[in-house]
Ligand binder design. Structure first.
Ligand code: ZN
Ligand code: ZN
Length: 424
């Protein structure tokens, strides 16, 4: 039997959850056998750990390296194995497109291909500045063989874009055209199950891909880039076909108003798909340059209207994927400044502050790994334990022990006075 938790709606207190994307790590030789969290100067994170209850958390399950999208679904209380329906819809929602239940969405890249459709540059030199105009040229194209299908395209940042196929009999069960490596040809999209919808959708994507190539090859921006010796964006790579997850949004499930403060399209999309409001914060970029204190300020300003605010900060994950220990440490210290602003500006008698990561990203391996992440929760009435510092190693000694990601939001809701007794 699965536990069907009930929430009373409108908690007595508020919760701010800070997710440092990939801040968690393994000890590394580069940092003399310590983790970046152990090395960074983090007085405010340490305050949350010292005054709070700590633990470690398996975002999905022990030993499973999570993707950020699945991990975020779990951290918001949704069983990701049951609810995950691909990444595409999150990207489309995140760039501000309206996504309908039957839409199949993709995350896409502009790329540079040669005459044989071999990929020379998966990011088309990152095409700063011209992505929006190129995306406009692709939006709304008509497909001769599938006139009933609408093709909706919107530019995200740099070489990234989101695409929605809207029409009858579509399926998300199709493969990627992106081989994820260069010097390989664009892959023919194939059905991943035996349904007629999947094979139809695969045909549609291949048709769209072909037309996009023609339009982009002849576009004045491509002509000009070629003339200047720059890689033209002459193809679009498709991946992560997805539909909206079929879930009860947080507004109904917990009876709360929730807000996400994040720059990255995917994170905004995941939260939107489960009923969060989204705001733009000037200076928040989703990169290591991001203004973390501006995010904290936005959260504090919006606190009166919300019960649950998630602040997502991306940069440390990027630094790990680049194997850049110094930058990761610096990014963690920037998140510490965010926490300081919260500690100085919210009423700590009525607001819980929780700090965690969505997964462990190993600097040494430059990828997500399955180790649990540290978690600390501070607020009125928490069973503060003896942990003094916020790190993977210290938090493992804390009073929360080891929990699963899917339990985090129910724990926070219960602490904030938003749960009903299970049973009589
Ligand atoms: Zn992540
Ligand atoms: Zn990552």
């Amino acid at each position: 039997m699965r536990l069907q938790l009930e929430f009373k709606g409108v908690p007595d207190m508020k919760v701010i959850l800070v997710i440092g994307d990939g801040i968690s790590d393994r000890p590394t030789r580069v940092l003399n056998g310590k983790t970046p969290l152990q090395v960074a100067e983090t007085p405010s994170m340490d305050t949350v750990a010292r005054r709070g209850i700590c633990g470690v958390m398996d975002p999905i399950s022990p030993g499973i390296p999570p993707g950020s999208d699945m991990a975020h679904l779990a951290l918001l209380g949704y069983d990701p194995i049951q609810t995950y329906t691909g990444r595409g819809a999150f990207e489309a929602l995140g760039v501000g497109l309206e996504v309908r239940e039957s839409d199949v969405s993709f995350r896409c890249n502009f790329a540079t291909v040669n005459e044989d459709l071999h990929i020379m540059d998966r990011r088309a030199g990152r095409i700063r500045g011209s992505g929006e105009e190129l995306a406009k040229a692709l939006n709304g194209i008509k497909l001769e063989r599938f006139p009933e299908v609408n093709v909706i395209v919107k530019h995200s940042v740099e070489h990234r874009l989101a695409l929605i196929l809207r029409g009858p009999h579509l399926s998300r069960m199709v493969s990627d055209s992106d081989p994820s490596e260069e010097n390989l040809p664009i892959q023919t999209v194939k059905a991943l199950d035996t349904s007629s919808e999947a094979s139809r959708t695969a045909c549609i994507v291949n048709e769209v891909s072909k037309q996009f190539h023609e339009i982009l090859t002849n576009h004045p921006i491509s002509v000009e880039r070629r003339a200047n010796g720059l890689p033209p964006a002459n193809a679009v790579l498709f991946r992560g076909a997805g539909t909206l997850p079929q879930v009860k949004p947080v507004t109904e499930r917990y009876g709360i108003q929730a807000l996400i403060v994040a720059a990255g399209a995917m994170y905004r999309g995941v939260c939107k798909s489960v009923g969060f409001d989204v705001i733009d914060v000037p200076g928040a970029t989703g990169t290591v340059e991001t203004d973390t204190v501006a995010k904290a300020k936005a959260a504090v300003e919006n606190l009166p209207g919300y019960d649950y605010i998630l602040i997502h900060v991306k940069g440390a994950d990027n630094a790990s994927h680049d194997g850049n220990a110094e930058q990761k440490v610096r990014m963690i210290e920037k998140i510490d400044a965010l926490i300081k602003h919260l500690l100085d500006n919210v009423d700590l008698e009525s607001v819980f502050i929780a700090l965690t990561a969505d997964h462990t990203t190993s600097l040494d391996l430059r990828k997500h790994v399955g180790d649990p992440v540290p978690l600390a929760i501070m607020g009125p009435g928490v069973r503060a334990d003896s942990v003094e510092k916020y790190s993977e190693i210290d938090c493992a000694q804390g009073g929360l022990g080891r929990i699963r990601g899917v339990d985090l939001t129910p724990i926070l809701m219960d602490l904030a006075g938003n749960s009903k007794t299970f049973g009589a």
